[in-house]
Design a protein around this ligand. Structure first.
Ligand code: PNS
Length: 163
């Protein structure tokens, strides 16, 4: 059974994340989506809410499981018996941060491999941070997030973005 861990903050899940999950699910028997419990980041959605949204949006993708973790990613991976990390890279600007994380994880556990996947071109500029900012300011992000996420943003932020 080949599994891979797709870790992140997912605050909230975007269509870019979903695209990477779909691509990962074609390569691996199981994709374990792992939501970081990081209170320091002052998230918009709780970890439980983010997990619920990811579950709702990945129901049709075989082999996807949703987990949360705190502490080191490599320790979570050990518990899950996983050796592959999947990360999406959008632009060159992502690369430096991703390189540091991948090499640090390799330092901590040399048997771990990180594979980088490219999202569909139409999502290469999408980030959770920008989604929240644009939505708050009334911009239309309906094409860039799954419908349950759009509903949750509306409920949480109490502003209406164009359908
Ligand atoms: O979506 P993000 O915020 O870019 O994801 C970052 C994440 C969760 C992959 C990263 O912060 C992480 O793995 N944190 C867990 C703590 C850890 O293991 N740190 C050392 C990794 S270099």
């Amino acid at each position: 059974m080949r599994n891979a861990v797709y870790p992140g903050s997912f605050d909230p899940l975007t269509n870019g994340h979903l695209d990477i999950i779909r691509r990962g699910a074609r390569l691996f028997d199981q994709v374990l989506v792992a939501v970081l419990e990081n209170e320091g980041k002052a998230p918009l959605f709780t970890v439980a809410e983010r997990m619920e949204l990811i579950s709702a949006c990945t129901r049709d993708i075989p082999g996807v499981e949703v987990h949360s973790f705190s502490g080191l990613l490599v320790d979570f991976m050990k518990r899950m018996n996983a050796k592959v990390v999947v990360r999406g890279i959008r632009a060159v600007s992502d690369y430096e941060y991703e390189l540091q994380m991948a090499l640090m994880n390799r330092e901590l556990r040399p048997e771990i491999e990180t594979i980088f996947m490219l999202p569909a071109v139409e999502y290469t500029y999408v980030s959770s941070r920008l989604i929240k900012e644009v939505f708050r300011l009334g911009g239309d992000i309906g094409r860039l997030v799954p419908p349950p996420v759009l509903e949750s943003l509306r409920a949480r932020l109490g502003v209406s973005s164009p359908a």
